[in-house]
Ligand binder design. Structure first.
Ligand code: SF4
Length: 255
């Protein structure tokens, strides 16, 4: 019996990822896309995207990762034009950085100049977060839960989710922010002592995603808060979230 257990352990190997900042994901993972210079009918591509993430900005074709649902359909339909790389480090504190332009090999990172000073001095060793699902579909919520599992173990950096906003240093929002969740979000936000982080996780939270035009949403709450981090994905990958938090709060992890 004991020998069987040893054989299983040897077969499985080590489950935890030793260095979360250097881990690589399989090619199949959809991270930062690239738009080639190949000539095509741009309007056809723009009209194809269900979330209006593909657009012309400054006369250049671009994908807005704050709106992209990472469905991969554009890559399937226009394989010579759009390719998704497996680059998962795409969390940023600059909303404009989520725009990927044609011909660009994009690196998305947390910009040191935009980080509030008190954030890195107070939260560089320990960070407790309260997650609020504001109309979420449980996709991002599940991945945030996975951040603490044996593979990713973000607790090794002193980063954890907590049950009460009163014990938290910041709020992590998932979901497109529905009208019936605004009050709860406001109460949770105000219960977190200052200085507090405010983080948007997933395309729904960042832009409303496929629900952006819905009358059930009430997103003007976002005009009243400082957004410290945007974590794109649909759902996000734990490595995107953890690396984004590390870049935001720890100087040594910044690129
Ligand atoms: S992967 Fe993103 S940009 Fe492409 S069709 Fe889907 S939502 Fe639009």
């Amino acid at each position: 019996m004991f020998l069987d257990d040893l054989i299983i352990v040897k077969h499985q190997g080590k489950q935890f990822i030793k260095d979360l900042t250097k881990a690589s994901l399989p090619e199949i993972f959809r991270g930062i896309p690239q738009i080639s210079d190949k000539a095509i009918n741009a309007q056809e591509l723009i009209d194809f995207c269900p979330t209006a993430a593909i657009l012309l900005n400054k006369n250049k074709l671009a994908i807005d990762l704050g709106k992209c649902a990472f469905c991969g359909d554009c890559q399937m339909q226009f394989p010579n034009k759009i390719t998704f790389t497996n680059q998962y480090k795409m969390a940023t504190n600059n909303r404009d950085s989520l725009m990927v332009y044609q011909g660009e090999s994009k690196e998305i990172k947390v910009e040191a100049s935009l980080i509030r000073k008190e954030i890195q001095s107070i939260f560089n060793r320990s960070l407790k977060l309260r997650q609020v699902s504001a109309g979420g579909d449980n996709g991002n919520e599940l991945e945030l839960g996975a951040c603490g599992n044996v593979n990713f173990d973000m607790g090794r950096y002193g980063i954890e989710f907590t049950a009460s906003p009163r014990h938290a240093d910041g709020i992590v929002v998932t979901g497109p922010i529905t009208e019936n969740m605004v009050e709860a979000l406001q109460i949770a936000f105000e219960a977190v002592p200052e200085p507090r982080l405010f983080i948007l996780v997933g395309v729904d939270a960042i832009s409303g995603g496929i629900f952006a035009e819905s009358t059930a949403l009430k997103r003007d709450f976002l005009n009243k808060v400082h957004i410290d981090l945007y974590v794109p994905g649909n759902p996000i990958h734990p490595l995107t979230f953890i690396n984004g938090i590390l870049e935001l709060t720890r100087k040594k992890y910044r690129r």
